[in-house]
Every structure is written in structure tokens, then in C-alpha cells.
Design a protein around this ligand. Structure first.
Ligand SMILES: C[S@@+](CC[C@H](N)C(=O)[O-])C[C@H]1O[C@@H](n2cnc3c(N)ncnc32)[C@H](O)[C@@H]1O
Ligand code: SF4
Ligand code: SF4
Length: 321
């Protein structure tokens, strides 16, 4: 039986976001006229998360594929609970809200000074909003600087697009001078349009070469377990693909899509992994690849010669990734 006690976990604690970043799954759902599934995680369910996953080293990560965590009305309570239980959290945020000014961020930082904040700011504030549609980029920048001033663990996540390539050097200086880790992130998920598409050197760098060999990343801590915005306890966030209803259409993954594997119906998360269905899922990943999900086999058989996501870090580099 797999033991994920005290391991890192990814959570989608909401299904809301005010931004419209073009390559986010939210936009794909919208183009298909589909609702964003799920809702806000409750305090009770977050306590269940803390009672099983995470530690003072292994993060409980508020980073789901379909939302921004600041929109869960319980987030300040979650930060407090995690601090009291000595569980490290990281918050991936790029969205802004008219109701959340800088004093809201200050309150959030002070409630949990151990938290790692990862701010999605693609370039300097005068350009970040181009991909991060609706982002109050000045506010995110100010929040990031304030967080760093409080000597907290801050990462500036900078996705490189054609329109912001020229700001990287300035961003490096700002990061260096403000005690921020700058993560330059070359993604293959750019938009094929002049202002978004990086120069050819960057595009070539992000092209992938595929080799075969099935190495389930969830078995090597390379992909954390995941609790979706609907509350489903899943082996990783990749298997939650509402656009193609993967949890219904993939016969192996469908076995995990049970009511009693939903955090709302579970008392102890540990019991989920003790269940025969979950035991079989992980046993097959280890010993019986013929019975594994075709999606898993495809997703975890890709080995990139050049990874599609090239991350380069500058500034305060001493922190653990
Ligand atoms: C869906 S977001 C949720 C967290 C938060 N709302 C945010 O945007 O940071 C999850 C991750 O996807 C990243 N992301 C969004 N658009 C991307 C793109 N075109 N290429 C690579 N990563 C992207 C975000 O920066 C974030 O790290
Ligand atoms: S801020 Fe994050 S969740 Fe919101 S649209 Fe952009 S990538 Fe998606
Ligand atoms: S795609 Fe499947 S095999 Fe790969 S990490 Fe996720 S659950 Fe594991």
C-alpha cells in the first residue's frame, strides 16, 4: 500500500478566478461552453488535508489547474490552521480582486509567516496583464515586494512571451535587490501570435523530444497527490481533465471517481489509500502496466530531451525548490 502520509499535496481550493489567461484550462472550458466544476474547499475538509498530508518541509500547495486560491473565502483560516499545525503551505497566485487591496495581502502574510508565495507576474507590471488578462499587475507587484520585505519566501514566476523578453534583465535586478527568487519560465504554452510568441531560440528550446518507457511520476514523488475543486482525492492533478471528462471516460481512472474517495465523504484520508481499488491502482502502476490507464501510460511515458518547461532561477537562490 502506498504511504502518502506527510507528503506534498496539490489542492484546487476553489473553482473561481477573475483572470482570463489564454492558455489556462478555464478558457478551454469556456470555449466548450462548460462550467468550471467544483467549489470552495471547506475548513473541515482542509483540516482533514492537514491531518494527513504535508509537514514542516513537504508543502500543502494551493495550486490547482482551474482556479486561483485567493478566491476561497476560507483562505486566511487555512493559512492560520496550517501555521498552527506546523504544515508548510505554498500559494500560487496571479489573480487580483477589487475586494482585496494590499492590506488583505499584508494580513495573509502575517497570519502565516512560513508560507511560500509564488506570484504569477509575467514581466514588469506594465506588461504582465497582456497574458494575465484582468490582472491588476501593480497590485501583484506591490504584494510581492511587501511579502519580500517581510523576509518571507517569495518566488516571482515569470512566464516568457515575446512581449516581455526584453524585461528579463531588469527583473533580475529587482529580484536581486529585493531578496526575491526570480523563476524565468520558458513554457511551450505560448499563443501562436506575434506578441506572445517568444523569439525562435526560445521556441526551439521548448520543443520536446519524446522517448518511450513508462515511469509513473506519482510513484517517485515527482507528481504529488491532488484534491480537486470537486473534492476528489486523485493520484495527481493531470488525471483531472474536465474538458474531456477523463475521470468518466478512462475506464481505469473511472474506478477512482467514487463518492467514498471524495474528501467531503471521508473521515480519514488514510482510509482512501487502504481501499482495494486504490491499492490496485498503485500496484498496477508498479507491477502490471498492462492494466494501467492508457492516459497514464501516455502522460508518464514522455521523456523530454529538452523539457517543455525550462525554469531558470535568479536572485535569492539558496532556498529549496
Ligand atoms: C492554473 S494556474 C493556478 C494558480 C494561479 N491562478 C496562477 O495562475 O498562478 C496553475 C499554474 O499554471 C501556470 N500557467 C498559466 N498559464 C500558463 C502557460 N501558458 N504556460 C505555463 N504555465 C502556465 C500558472 O502560472 C500556475 O503556475
Ligand atoms: S490566474 Fe491562474 S487560474 Fe486564473 S486564469 Fe490565469 S492561469 Fe488560470
Ligand atoms: S498521469 Fe497517472 S501515472 Fe502519471 S503521475 Fe498521474 S496518476 Fe501517476
Amino acid at each position: 500500500m502506498i504511504n502518502l502520509e506527510n507528503s506534498t499535496v496539490d489542492l484546487d481550493i476553489s473553482n473561481k478566478c477573475t483572470l482570463e489567461c489564454n492558455r489556462c484550462e478555464r478558457q478551454e472550458l469556456r470555449s466548450l461552453n462548460m462550467d468550471v466544476p467544483g467549489g470552495d474547499m471547506s475548513v473541515d475538509d482542509f483540516i482533514k488535508v492537514c491531518d494527513y498530508y504535508g509537514s514542516d518541509e513537504n508543502y500543502i500547495a494551493f495550486c490547482g489547474p482551474i482556479s486561483d486560491p485567493i478566491f476561497n473565502p476560507n483562505i486566511l483560516e487555512f493559512l492560520k490552521i496550517a501555521y498552527e499545525k506546523n504544515k508548510r503551505v505554498k500559494i500560487h497566485t496571479a489573480a487580483t480582486s477589487k475586494n482585496k487591496k494590499i492590506d488583505w495581502y499584508e494580513k495573509a502574510f502575517d497570519i502565516n509567516p512560513n508560507a511560500r508565495w509564488i506570484f504569477g507576474l509575467d514581466g514588469l507590471p506594465n506588461k504582465s496583464w497582456i497574458y494575465r488578462v484582468n490582472q491588476d499587475s501593480d497590485l501583484i507587484y506591490d504584494a510581492m515586494i511587501l511579502c519580500a520585505k517581510k523576509n518571507m519566501d517569495v518566488i516571482w514566476q515569470y512566464l516568457v512571451f515575446g512581449y516581455n523578453e526584453d524585461q528579463i534583465e531588469e527583473a533580475k535586478d529587482i529580484a536581486e535587490n529585493n531578496n526575491i527568487t526570480l523563476e524565468i519560465n520558458h513554457t511551450s504554452r505560448y499563443i501562436d501570435h506575434d506578441i506572445y510568441k517568444p523569439t525562435n531560440d526560445v521556441v526551439n528550446e521548448t520543443k520536446k523530444t519524446v522517448e518511450y518507457g513508462f515511469y509513473p511520476r506519482c510513484l517517485s514523488n515527482n507528481r504529488p497527490p491532488y484534491v480537486s475543486a470537486t473534492g476528489q482525492i486523485l493520484p495527481c492533478c493531470w488525471v483531472d481533465q474536465p474538458t474531456v471528462n477523463l475521470l468518466k471516460n478512462d475506464p481505469v481512472l473511472a474506478t477512482l471517481n467514487r463518492e467514498d474517495f471524495n474528501i467531503k465523504n471521508v473521515e480519514n484520508i488514510k482510509d482512501v489509500y487502504k481501499h482495494e481499488v486504490y491499492k490496485k491502482f498503485y500496484n498496477d502502476l508498479i507491477n502490471n502496466h498492462d492494466s494501467c490507464s492508457e492516459y497514464c501510460k501516455k502522460k508518464c511515458s514522455q521523456k523530454m530531451e529538452n523539457p517543455t518547461r525550462i525554469k531558470k532561477r535568479y536572485g535569492k537562490l539558496s532556498r529549496k525548490s
